[in-house]
Design a protein around this ligand. Sequence first.
Ligand code: SF4
Length: 238
Amino acid sequence: MTRPDPKVITVFRRRLMHWFRRQGRDLPWRRTRDPYAVLVSEIMLQQTQVTRVAEYYPRFLDTYPTVRHLAAATPDQVREVWQGLGYYRRAAHLHRLAQVVVTEQDGTIPRDPAELRRLPGVGRYTAGAVATFAYELATPAVDTNVARVIRRAFLPGKAGRRKSGKAVGQQRGKPGTDSAVWEIAERLVPRRGTPAWTFNQAIMELGALVCTARVARCGECPVRSACRTGRKSVIADC
Ligand code: SF4
């Protein structure tokens, strides 16, 4: 794999974060650094549209405001509050996770991605997302949207044309599993906490709003000058 030029990385980051500060959506889970609330949002966003999660997320947190409240509930109670979001296995995992955190971690959600991954239902993406969005760690979080942006921007050709799942724009979807994509993501994330948070939110937002699965709107993309696909065409339909 050809490593991206550090100068290109700098331009990519700066333009992306500048765009996000002006254009990023004000979503409820972006207003908190509570690890439990971030975790709930990440589990809900798996395979579910942002607009739908925005509807259910406050209700769930009103009912179970802390990990201890959730751990103390019965499976039927949790399922009832989850009703309407679908994919109930996620609710069961989240409930089990809460019980493990309370009994084995004294109610504290870990900050280390490796420890997070030991929790029920937490994969590489979700562990990275909680580490960066709750604890502002400089760790990548590669979901479908992020993987697509990275492939188009830094790995065009075979990897860049690869289908990135059914998620269109606003879903977390399946995590990117490609090791080259994760390696580039590691290089892209700023080393300091708050910028790392902003960068990870920003690249996800770009994949949701501009560089979507259906179309890459290169003509209106803030990182076009640092993107290998974008530099080749005004409107690239990948
Ligand atoms: S320039 Fe085009 S392909 Fe590159 S990140 Fe932007 S929208 Fe995607």
